[in-house]
Design a protein around this ligand. Sequence first.
Ligand SMILES: O=C(O)CCC(=O)C(=O)O
Ligand SMILES: [Fe+2]
Length: 331
Amino acid sequence: MSSTERGYGLEELNRETTFGGLGTTKERAVPRIDMSDFHARRAEIADQLWEASIDTGFFQLVNHGITQAQIDEAFDLCARFFDLPMESKAKLPMLKGTNTGWEYKEQVRPSTGTPDNKESFQITVPRMRGLWPSGDELPGFKATMLAFERANWALGMKVLSCFALKLGFAPDFFTEAHDPTSPEYQCTLRLIHYMAMEGARPEDFQGWRAGAHTDYDCLTLLHQRTGQGGLQLCPGKEVSGELAWTDVPPLPGVITCNIGDMLMRWSDDRLQSTLHRVRMPRADEYLGPRYSLPFFCQANKDAVIRSASGRFEPITAHDYLQQRIAANFAR
Ligand SMILES: O=C(O)CCC(=O)C(=O)O
Ligand SMILES: [Fe+2]
C-alpha cells in the first residue's frame, strides 16, 4: 500500500507518510542545557529550553542528576532482557492498543511502511500485571527498571515545569497531568534492541533501524550508549523537497531530549516536535547490537489537551495516543 493510500485521521500522521526517503545530511548544533543547581537557575534554564524547543525541538541535558551508574545498570539489564530465550519474551506480549510489553519487529512507521529492525519492551507502570520477567529469569530487573522509570519521570517533570512557566501555566501543570499515582498514568519507559548487522546481507542494510517519525508524547528523554550511533534528526518538518538529516552521536553524560506532538499541540504549535530516525550502520561502522532507553512523558489518559488559541479541538491524551498507536502497530 502506498503512503497516500493509507490516509490517517491526524494531520501529523499523514505528514509522516511523506518522510520516508533517504535525504541528505547536514551538520547542525544540538543545544546543550546544563541542569545543575536547577531550583536556583530555573528561570534561566527555562529560557534556554524554550529557545531550543521553538527552534530545533531537540536538546541535550547535562548535569541532569541521573547517575551514570544507574544508567549503566539499566542498560545492563536491558541487554540481559533481550538475551532471554524467545519463548520467555513471548510470554510478555504487547497486546493491541496497550503500548506495553514485548514486541518483535512489529512497529511499522507510517513514513516507511516497513517494520523497524528492532525488538522492544515497554514499561507502563499501571499496566504491568503479568508482564514482568520472573525474578529467577532476571533477578533485580523489576526493581531496577521501576527506579529508573521514576528517575526519568522526575527529570522529565523538571523540564516540563520550565515549559509550563513559559506557557503561562501553573508550575506543576504538567506534573499533575503526568501523575504517577493515578491509574490513568501512561508515561512509558521503552527498552530497545536493534539487531546486530554483522554478516547481514547487503539488502538488509536498505531498511531502517527506526523509520522517520515524530514522537507521540509531550517530551522524550533518550539514553544512548557511546559507540552505538545512528540517531538522526531533521528539524522543522520541512514538507517539500529533500530532507537534510543531522547525526546525533551518543555522548557520555548526556541525555538527548525531544519535544513530541502532544506538547506541540498543547503549546499551539509553538514548541516543535522534531522528526528523527535511526539509520542502519554503514559497512565500515560498528555493526554490533544497538540498545537505547527512551522515556516518554505521555500525559495521563484523562488529561485533556486544550489549545489556548482554539486552533485544535480538545482531545484526551488517551484518544490522542490511541490514534498514534493504531497507526504504528496496525498488523
Ligand atoms: O533508539 C533511538 O535512538 C531512538 C528511538 C526512538 O526514536 C523512539 O523509540 O521513539
Ligand atoms: Fe522517537
